[in-house]
Design a protein around this ligand. Sequence first.
Ligand code: NHB
Ligand code: ZN
Length: 375
Amino acid sequence: MSSCVAYVMDYKLAKECSRIPNLKDRVLENIMKADLVDNLIKAYGLCKYMKISAAEPASYDDLTSFHSSCYIDFLREVNESDDLENVEEEEADFGLGYDCPIFENIYNFASWIGGGSLTAANILINEEAKIAINWCGGWHHAQRDEARGFCYINDIVIAIQKLREKFDKVLYIDLDIHHGDGVENAFSFSRKVMTVSLHKYEVGFYPCTGSLCDVGFGNGKYFSVNVPLQDGITDDRYFCLFERVLSLVMNAFAADAVVVQCGADSISGDPIGTFNLTPKGMGKCVERILSYKLPTLFLGGGGYNITNTAKCWTYLTSVILRKKLPTDIPDHLYFTRYGPDFDLEIDAGLRRDLNTIPEIENIIKVIAQNLSNLI
Ligand SMILES: CN(c1ccc(C(=O)NO)cc1)S(=O)(=O)c1ccc(-c2ccccn2)s1
Ligand SMILES: [Zn+2]
C-alpha cells in the first residue's frame, strides 16, 4: 500500500555499534532506545501503513556540509586509532570527553546518526512521501566544530540544509525539554530557517540558553523564537501556548517545509526532565503541525526513561498515521520491559505547574511584538 509516511530505520546503527567494546552508557542507551521504539512500532503493526526505508550513512561531504572538516577529521582519526589514549589531549578541543566521550568506531556512529535524517530529508525532496520519521535523529546540541550534550553530529542542521535544496523556507520546531541551541546557532543569521524552541529555561539547566529575548542576529533577527518555561507544565497549558505561538509564527513565516524534534524528556517521569506532559499532549502539537499540510520531518531526541520514550514515539507515529492504538502493549521481544502496567498511556504526574498565567501571557505578548517586525 503506497503511503504518504516514510519511516527511516537506522538498522546498521545498532548493529554497527553494538559490537563496540566499552561503548559509553549514554550511547548504548540511545541504541537500546532506538531498538525499543522500532520493536514497539512493529508490534503494533504500524509498519504496514508506512514506506520503510533503511538509513544510508552520511558521507564525509554530507557531514562537513555543516561540521568543520577539522572536527570530522578528528572523529575519523579516533575511528582509525588503535589506542584511544593517544588522542586524548585533542579531544577537549572538540567537546569530546565527559558528556560526549570518544569510543571506537565513533566516526561510523556519527555517519549513521547523520545519515538517518539525511535519508529522511531526501525522501521528502524526492516526493517519495509527504511525511518522514526518523526517531534515531534529533541531536540538537551538536555545534559546527564540537560535540555537546550527548550530541556528536547535528543531524537536524544537515537535514535542514538538504531540505533547503528544494524548499526555500524551513520551519524548525523543538519540543525537547532542552533548548535546541545547536540548530538555533546554525541558522541564527538566516531569514530562510525559522527556529522555534519550547524548553525549560532556568539557572543551571542545560544548556542555559534560549531566553525570551534571544531572537537571532543581523538578517536573521526575529527568526529565532524561544519559549522559556518552568517546571511542571501540563498538557493543556503547553498546547494552549504552542497553538498561540505557532499561529503567530505561521502568520509571520511562510514555511515550505517543517522539521520537528520530539524529545521525550519533556514527558512526565523522565529522570532528567521536569515537565508534566503526556504523549497525548505532545500528540496534539503534532496534530496541529500536520494540519499545515506541509512536507514534514519528525525526529527523536532526548528521553531518558527509554520505555516511556518508546511509548511516546510509538503513540506519535500512530497520530501521524491517524491510527488509533489499543492501550495494551502487544506481546513482543521487549514486552516485559513495559511492566507492571503494560499500558501504552503515560499519566501526568503530580508535579506542581510553576508556569503562571501572567508569565505565559507575557511570553505571547513579547513573541507577538517580535514577530510583528516580520509582517
Ligand atoms: C549534559 N547534560 C545534558 C545535555 C543534554 C540533554 C538532552 O537531553 N538534550 O536534549 C540532557 C542532559 S546535563 O549536564 O544536563 C546532564 C548530564 C547527565 C545527566 C543525568 C544523567 C543521568 C541521570 C540524570 N541526569 S544530566
Ligand atoms: Zn533533551
